[in-house]
Design a protein around this ligand. Sequence first.
Ligand SMILES: Cc1cc2nc3c(=O)[nH]c(=O)nc-3n(C[C@H](O)[C@H](O)[C@H](O)COP(=O)(O)OP(=O)(O)OC[C@H]3O[C@@H](n4cnc5c(N)ncnc54)[C@H](O)[C@@H]3O)c2cc1C
Length: 328
Amino acid sequence: MAATTISPAIRKQMSSVAVAMKVAVIGSGISGAVCASTLARNGVSVTIFDSGRGPGGRMSQRREIGEDGKELMFDHGAPFFCVSNSDAMALVHEWESRGFVSEWKQVFGSFDCASNKFLGIQQEGDAKKYVGVPGMNSISKALCNESGVKSMFGTGIAKMEWLEEEIPWLLTDSKGENLGRFDGVVASDKNIVSPRFTQVTGLPPPLDLSLVPELATKLQNIPVLPCFSLMLAFKEPLSSIPVKGLSFKNSEILSWAHCESTKPGRSTDSERWILHSTPDYANSVIAKTGLQKLSSETLNKISEEMFKEFQCSGLVSSLPFFMKAHRW
Ligand SMILES: Cc1cc2nc3c(=O)[nH]c(=O)nc-3n(C[C@H](O)[C@H](O)[C@H](O)COP(=O)(O)OP(=O)(O)OC[C@H]3O[C@@H](n4cnc5c(N)ncnc54)[C@H](O)[C@@H]3O)c2cc1C
């Protein structure tokens, strides 16, 4: 996870030009949202564009409805984050004091699918795990609502053009609509230069990399690891699991599982778990299906395969009343 910090020298420089400076931030995930908030606090006028319906990106929260009509909330992307840098820690303390971040104090471990045994249970002193409250997207939500930040959701940037003019950047959305001119653009997703953008939308990537050849190699080297998340809700607690988050060893299908309803600020009406697939399993599915939207038949098959692997661990004795897969 990236966090943005600005040195006092740059901050001074920015505040002297802030009146004129207009910056577009593409993406309202944690990187884009922190960047937008930091720029706005330094007097820059910021507009965030995100193709998604709301803020959060891969730190988002999914709302589902169970058969009984009750709401089920899942952090189906990143389940938590840790902090190793003092500047980022200061930011996280500020978010804690504003009430949209808390430490997730639970016991975690790792499970070996070859021997069907726990290999280790987290010891005292391991890195603290933090979550957004009431959902992982609460952080981006709060930052996108800060003064000086304007947010436009459901707006995918399809073209970023550099014009040799005083305000050089022109942004266009996927319907060909002009979104305005900006002094600077911050893109938080590799997508804007990636062939993956073309595979999903059928359009050329928004930024022509021949304009910035020195960036091309660096960006190509950033890995994209696909993953499926499986959202599960049970009526009763899975009491044979002694931890609330576990990584899997020796599984071709599962890499991680956690109990969503044990995070601070979540409903405990049902016991909700989320499973993550291994990148290899996700790649094997994508090799067959491509990157287009998956049919409900394919998603159901993936749900069954992932849940079966969870059952094979011997850790699950009951069946979920809700089960749905999501591809990242
Ligand atoms: C299943 C899963 C588990 C994870 N587990 C962890 C974990 O345990 N701990 C951890 O620290 N991290 C974890 N991560 C990684 C973490 O979620 C990401 O590193 C982090 O959220 C990335 O944030 P970001 O802002 O850089 O990108 P993103 O969150 O991907 O945000 C990019 C945003 O840009 C938008 N966008 C892209 N292209 C365009 C465009 N052309 N126009 C407009 N908008 C656009 C997207 O809609 C998206 O909202 C996990 C990720 C996944 C998927």
